[in-house]
Design a binder for this molecule. Sequence first.
Ligand code: KIV
Ligand code: ZN
Length: 519
Amino acid sequence: MVTDPQANRIIIFDTTLRDGEQSPGATMNLAEKLEIARALAELGVDVIEAGFPAASPGDFETVQRIAASNFGPVIAGLARCSAGDVAAAAKALEPAHKKRIHVFLATSAIHREHKLKMAKEEIVRRTIEGVRLACEHTDDVEFSPEDAARTELDFLAEVVEAAIGAGATTINIPDTVGYAVPAQMGAVIRYLKEHVSNINKAILSVHCHNDLGLAVANSIAAIEAGARQVECTINGIGERAGNCALEEIVMALKVRHDYFGFDTGINTPKLFRTSELVAGITGMRPQRNKAIVGKNAFAHEAGIHQHGVLQNAETYEIMKPQDVGQSHTEVVLGKHSGRHALRARLEEMGYQLSDEVLQKVFEEFKRLADKKKDIYDADLAALAKGQTESSSWAWELIALSANAGSGATPVAAVKLRHIDGHEVLEAASGDGPIESSFRAIERITGIELVLRDFQIRGVTVGKEAQGEAVIEVEYNGGLLRGRGISTDIIEASAKAFLSVVNKILAQGDAPNMPRPHAP
Ligand code: KIV
Ligand code: ZN
């Protein structure tokens, strides 16, 4: 681990198992914590804060087991500045090859007066005592002045100087309540560098909470001002609104290496897998649009964006999904998608469509996307098949309206367009809205069919799913089958009926029919 405070290597101190576990509802058992600790080691974090040994026998055992596993990173245990806490941390960390005791004591006026009821002198005295006790067990001792971001700067500098004087090798500056803003966080670090005489004997660290959504920005400001360790958690979990998200800060430093010039030891292609592990264990799933590890982080729906990424992913992506372990750029087809994305997806599915047919599929796709949020490959396949079959058909369904309901005579009005451009509107009644629409189609086309079988099935799942109607009819002594799809089953049925009519016309064995005329 780099200890030169001037170096450009940022130490990643992961506190998913300690601060992260303090997220309401994120309690983990021993086996789960061991699994996460192993994954963190594989990810390449420098320090794993495994728990707070004095907090409970369970926490003690966890720290001890993780320490004994010696996965590779330094193992840290948290302790208040008291003999009992430091002794518990030291004991739990005994089996670790690389161990750190992390002692903390609040320094802000509000904590001094209302929580600790201690004067400033008492805080300094206890800080020195706590750090010295920890130094009896290891020479890797971290001190955190809790609520540092709300502490008077001159007093903060006094405590930090005392802690370093007592032997602390890392000074961590927590924004315990997520109150700081970036410029201020940077100014605190710069102030300490200028006003603490022994500051070069310790690494400066930062620990930001996310109450204002600024944890990552504040951590970056601290790094730019001279901090060389950042405390963070996977998926940003932690007390209240959480902590600085490890995956976000690491990728910010990596993607903008040109700007910052800092490195970490994180094996970034393992980020997604580690995020999934923590999400699965804690039940706290990152939101879809979460940076780096959210499901939408590499998904594009807008047509212009899809066209861009299909030509060159860098048009709309600043990092490759593989860089963070997400499998691929996802082009999500929805109502904002364009023709290019649709053609690309259909080609991937094996459909090579002419420009004319693609245009028709695209129009149908846009109509469908207005009705249906998720468009599956099965929907696209149904549209492509439907349009491929019908591209040379004589009649096309333009509009359909049908009524149904008890007491009323079912009536359907159907408008068809002939291939020569004429449109014809007819209405008819029948036993129900579907039969009425069939009768209207017969009136327009002059072809009468005897229905033998009729089935409806969902193309995909969900209440907005498209329905596929398959009909079997008798005509001239032979059986013919037709199919039609739509989110409306009456329309799907009419399309199926019309497809049979068109097949008959295409075979040229229709009876003499009146030439269609303009209404
Ligand atoms: O938020 C905080 O102040 C902490 C300290 C114990 C570092 O978690
Ligand atoms: Zn914290």
